[in-house]
Structure formats: C-alpha cells, structure tokens
Write a protein that binds this ligand. Structure first.
Ligand code: ADP
Ligand code: MG
Length: 392
C-alpha cells in the first residue's frame, strides 16, 4: 500500500482537486439514487476540516469530449448541497484565479470533465491544465480508477496525491480480501457467463484456496465435463477454456466446487414448476436455474472453515423466485459468520450487490464494493491506473 491518505497531507489553505464519482442516475432532471453522492461526503468534510478548499472533478455520462448540455453536472448540485448541508459553487470553466477568489470553506464542483476531449485521451495538456488549478490531488473515485484519464491518472502524476476516504476504505478492504488475506480464502464466482469472467477466474485460482463456481457459469463447467445441461444458459464454445481453468486450479492447489445438485425448470419465470435433481441429471428439455440444497449446505460448511470470502456473481437466477434460494442462503451464512467475527467478506458486481441486498445480507458483509468495472478488473489482478498513479 504505497498510497497516502488525507491524514498524511497538510491541506491548510490549499486547493484540493478531488476526483469523485457522482455519475448518479437521473430522471426528469432529478437524482433518483444519491448513494454515490452520500459516499463522498466524509472526504469533503475532512478536507474542509483540515482547512482545504475541495474542488470536485467528476464525469457524468459519455459526452465523448464535447459539451453536451444534457450531461451537465449541474443536475447533481441540489442533492450535493443537501447531503453536504452547505452551498456548492458550480464552475463551468475553472481557472486558478477564480478558484482562489472563492472564500475559504467553499466547496466547488467543476463541470463534467468529459466535456474536454483531453480527459479520456489522458492528454498531457489536460493533465497540466488540471494540475495548475490546485495544490493537492485527492482521488476518491475507485470506481473510475480502471480508466487512465487526465482527472484520474495524469493529474495524480503531477501533484502531491492521496486517496480520499472512500478510495481508502475500498483499497483497504480489497487488500484484506485478496492482496494479503487471512487463509483459507474462498472465492464465489457466479453470474451469467464464463466469457466475461475468464481473466477473473484465471487470476483467482492462483490466489484462493477454494473457488466456488455457480450460476450460469457453472453450467458451462458442467457441460465441459461432458454433462448434459439441457436448455440451460451455457457457453458450449467455452468448454476448452473451462477445462483449462480447472487444470490451472489443480496445479495451483485450488479446490474447485461445482454444484452437486441443481434446481431445474422449463420456464425462466417466477414461480415456474421446478425440480431438484443431481447435477448430472438435468432433463433435456429443462434448464438449470439455481444450485440445490445439498450444494448450499456444503457451501455453508465450506464458509465455516474459511477466514476470508470474496464474492462476485449470484449462484442462480436470483431475480426470479424461487431461484434466488441458493444465493439467499449462502449470502445469509456469509453475513452471519461475518457478524460473528469469523469471516472477512468482500463482495462486488452490479447484480451481486443487488442480490446481496435482496437477501438482506449486504449490510453485514465486511465490505460491499459498488465500483463495478473497477472491482472486476481488480479481481482480475489488473493494475488500476488511477491507483498506480497514487502509489507512484
Ligand atoms: P455481476 O453483475 O454481479 O458481475 P453477472 O452480471 O455476471 O453478475 O451475473 C448476473 C446474472 O446472472 C443475473 O442476471 C442472473 O439471473 C444470471 N444467472 C445466474 N444464474 C443463472 C442461471 N443458472 N441461468 C440463467 N441466468 C443466470
Ligand atoms: Mg451484471
């Protein structure tokens, strides 16, 4: 962990360029989910408390280097002000002089960084321009750290830099789960497709003691072992890749856990008639929509022997009942072990977070990453340019 935090920085009288992710959902000109805004409040408060002037840099949508009025960050201002409990100055075209002229204790929001073509290109001129605006750079946008953009990477290389509180929490949790975990470590990887998660599986088998494969992805692995999976979602063209991953796991001493029993149905619909059968007995006209109770029981036993758990991807079609049963039961077990202090549990991924929330388990996990793409790239073992720039 070569990065600094706000505690390491002297911010008194300084302009602190603060990269945040407030790319929030908006409908009819109103923010419909303020989670991302709420999560950056501690960083802004701490900068103010240390005498710094926070100047927020953020993107919004994909304007592709042009000014697109509908993608103005202005729409986030009322929510930002409400959550911070203070006025926020909005600046369309920032200059050092204009920022200095604002009274101390002012929070500033700069217009969408992606209106400038240099942002996504990480153009040196754009990074120079941003760096000249401030004295210190603070990155609180882990969820944008997998992109090497001027406001996430270039500027960090030009100013004394540190992680904001949200970035700090995320990096600390991720380090605990995969960087330097207490063993044994189990990873649960589920979801729809192997093809979107090959790199992730390949990285995990080298790092964890147990790899639990669930969801549609498990169907591909079962099929690759010659099991008939009927009409299940499965990527038959990925059979060789699946077998390679199994071989790699064996070499690395990672135990792979596939479903022992499965829940099958003829329709992908809530309440569809269903059966539980052994994993090699899927009827030709049925599809596997969830893991069965024996699989879940074994999984819960496995969790109890582990000290660390990292989770991406639901174990079944969790959106439709009763095919959420395995995901719910496994999530509950992980949450309970975590609450009892026996397990460090970290989870991430769009559908995973939704599934764990639905299971009522998310708030007992050690850490839930909402970072999406950045979380997955980190699970793939990739260097995130925004984080690397903080370390450099
Ligand atoms: P995340 O967004 O957390 O990375 P994914 O997008 O990879 O997760 O996977 C989630 C999707 O996988 C869900 O829509 C879920 O319905 C689907 N899924 C899981 N198991 C199955 C299955 N057996 N058959 C069909 N779809 C499945
Ligand atoms: Mg998804």
């Amino acid at each position: 962990m070569g990065w600094k935090t706000l505690d390491d920085m002297d911010l008194a009288g300084k302009i602190v360029l603060t990269r945040v992710d407030i790319n929030v959902p908006v409908k009819d000109g109103t923010v419909t989910d303020a989670t991302r805004i709420e999560r950056i409040v501690p960083t802004i408060r701490d900068i103010l408390a240390k005498g710094g002037k926070p100047v927020l840099l953020a993107h919004f949508g994909r304007p592709k280097g042009r000014v697109v009025p509908e993608m103005s960050l202005r729409v986030t201002l009322p929510t930002l002000e409400e959550k911070l409990g203070r006025k926020v100055a909005f600046v369309e075209t920032p200059s050092r002089a204009a920022l200095e002229a604002l009274p101390p204790e002012t929070v500033v929001l700069v217009e969408n960084t992606r209106f400038a073509p240099g942002e996504e290109q990480n153009a040196p001129e754009m990074a120079d321009f941003l760096a000249a605006l401030g004295d210190i750079y603070c990155n609180d946008a882990f969820s944008a750290a997998h992109r090497a953009h001027a406001s996430t990477e270039g500027v960090a290389r030009r100013l004394p830099s540190c992680a904001g509180r949200l970035m700090q929490a995320e990096l600390t949790a991720l380090e605990k789960a995969l960087g330097n975990p207490v063993r044994p470590v189990a990873a649960v990887v589920g979801g729809a497709k192997v093809s979107t998660k090959i790199d992730l599986l390949g990285n995990l088998v080298e790092k964890v003691d147990h790899l639990v494969i669930g969801g549609g992805m498990a169907n591909t692995f079962l099929a690759a072992q010659g099991i008939d999976v009927g009409k299940s979602l499965a990527e038959h063209e990925m059979a060789a890749t699946a077998r390679e991953i199994l071989t790699k796991a064996e070499t690395a001493g990672c135990a792979v856990h596939l479903p022992k029993d499965i829940v099958v149905a003829r329709a992908f619909a809530a309440g569809a008639a269903h059966d539980t059968v052994p994993a090699d007995q899927c009827p030709a006209d049925a599809m596997i929509l969830d893991a069965g109770p024996d699989t879940v029981a074994a999984l819960i036993d496995l969790f109890a022997t582990c000290k660390t758990l990292i989770w991406n991807g639901p174990l079944g079609a969790f959106e439709i009942e009763p095919f959420d049963a395995a995901t719910n039961a496994a999530a509950e077990a992980a949450a309970r072990l975590t609450a009892e202090g026996k397990l460090v549990s970290v989870a991430g991924g769009g559908d995973t977070v939704a599934a764990l929330n639905k299971a009522g388990a998310a708030d007992r996990f050690t850490y839930i990453s909402t970072a999406g793409g950045a979380f997955l790239e980190w699970m793939e073992g990739k260097t995130l340019p925004g984080v690397a720039a903080l370390e450099g």
